[in-house]
Design a binder for this molecule. Structure first.
Ligand SMILES: [Zn+2]
Length: 285
C-alpha cells in the first residue's frame, strides 16, 4: 500500500502506556463488560481477571514516547495516514449526498482502555464505541493478525481500521440505532443475525473506502487486495471460534463467516458505492 506521502490525521489520541486511574479498581460495570465479552470469546474469565491490573497513577504524569520502539512509532504513523484517508474519502462521499461527515477519533491504547462503552481489554480486538464516536485499537492486535491469524501486510492493517470506521458511518447514518432498536424486539438468534448483517455491512463499507481511496489517490499496490481478503477471511467468526473454542457455533456468530466477510468486502470494493452494501435486505448473505 502506498501510504507514506499521505496526510496524517489530527484525530488520533495516543493513550499507549497510560494506566487507568485508580477509581477503576472497584471494577463495576466496565469489568462486567470485559467478563461478558471474554465469555463470549470463549476465554476463561478467572484467568482474565488475573491478567487485568489497574494501577494508581498520577493523571498528570506524561508518558515517555521515547520508550516506544521504531516499529510502534511507524505503526502509529501508518494508522494516522489510514484514518486521514478514511476522513477524506467519507467526507467526499457524504458531500456527494449533501451531508456532512463528522470525523471519528481513533484511540491507540495498550492493555486496557476506558471508553464511553465501558472498559475494554486488548483481547476484545479493535472496536468502535458509538457513544463517544471513537475507534479503539491496541496495535498489538496487528501482531496477532500476522502471527496468530496469518494475515500480514499493511493493507490488512488498513482494512481493520476501515471496518471500524465503517461502524462509525453506520452510526452517522442512523443504522446502528435502528439495529439496536430492532434487536430489543428480537430473541437472541434474531438479534445475532442483525449483528452479523451490521458487521458485514461494515466490511462492505471498508471495501467502498478502498475503492474510492484508490481511485482518488492510487493507494493500492499489487497484492493489497489479497491482503485485505485474507484479513477478512482470517478474522471471520468461524475462524475466531475455532481458535478460541475449538469448534464453530453458527448461532453465536456476530461477525459473519469468513466467506461472508470476503463476499461483502469485495462487493464494496468492486462497486465503490454504499448503496451496494444493503446487507439487511440481501436475501443471501
Ligand atoms: Zn465490526
Amino acid at each position: 500500500m502506498r501510504w507514506r506521502m499521505g496526510r496524517r490525521s489530527t484525530n488520533v489520541e495516543d493513550r499507549r502506556g497510560v494506566s487507568l486511574p485508580g477509581r477503576a479498581a472497584g471494577g463495576g460495570i466496565g469489568l462486567l463488560v470485559i467478563i461478558i465479552i471474554a465469555i463470549l470469546l470463549g476465554a476463561d474469565p478467572a484467568k482474565l481477571l488475573n491478567d487485568i491490573t489497574y494501577t494508581q497513577v498520577d493523571p498528570t504524569s506524561s508518558y515517555d514516547r521515547a520508550a516506544l520502539s521504531e516499529e510502534d512509532r511507524e505503526l502509529a504513523d501508518f494508522v494516522s495516514v489510514v484514518l486521514a484517508d478514511t476522513e477524506d474519502t467519507w467526507s467526499e462521499l457524504f458531500a456527494g449526498n449533501n451531508a456532512r461527515y463528522r470525523e471519528p477519533a481513533l484511540v491507540l491504547f495498550s492493555g486496557v482502555v476506558e471508553s464511553a462503552c465501558g472498559f475494554a481489554q486488548s483481547a476484545v480486538g479493535p472496536f468502535y464505541c458509538p457513544a463517544d464516536r471513537k475507534v479503539y485499537i491496541d496495535l498489538d492486535f496487528y501482531r496477532d493478525l500476522k502471527e496468530r491469524f496469518g494475515a500480514p501486510g499493511d493493507f490488512a492493517q488498513a482494512y481493520v481500521i476501515a471496518h471500524e470506521v465503517g461502524h462509525h458511518v453506520q452510526n452517522l447514518l442512523g443504522i446502528s440505532e435502528q439495529v439496536r432498536n430492532a434487536q430489543r424486539r428480537l430473541g437472541e438468534a434474531g438479534a445475532n443475525r442483525l449483528s452479523v448483517m451490521q458487521e458485514l455491512q461494515a466490511d462492505c463499507f471498508a471495501g467502498v473506502w478502498a475503492h474510492n481511496a484508490d481511485r482518488a489517490r492510487g493507494i493500492l499496490e499489487h497484492g493489497d487486495i489479497e491482503e485485505g481478503l485474507s484479513a477478512a477471511s482470517s478474522i471471520g467468526d468461524d475462524r475466531l471460534q475455532m481458535e478460541t473454542q475449538g469448534r464453530v457455533t453458527p448461532d453465536s456468530f456476530t461477525h459473519g463467516s469468513s466467506r461472508q466477510r470476503v463476499t461483502w468486502f469485495k462487493r464494496g470494493l468492486d462497486s465503490g458505492d454504499i448503496e451496494s452494501c444493503n446487507t439487511f435486505e440481501s436475501k443471501n448473505l
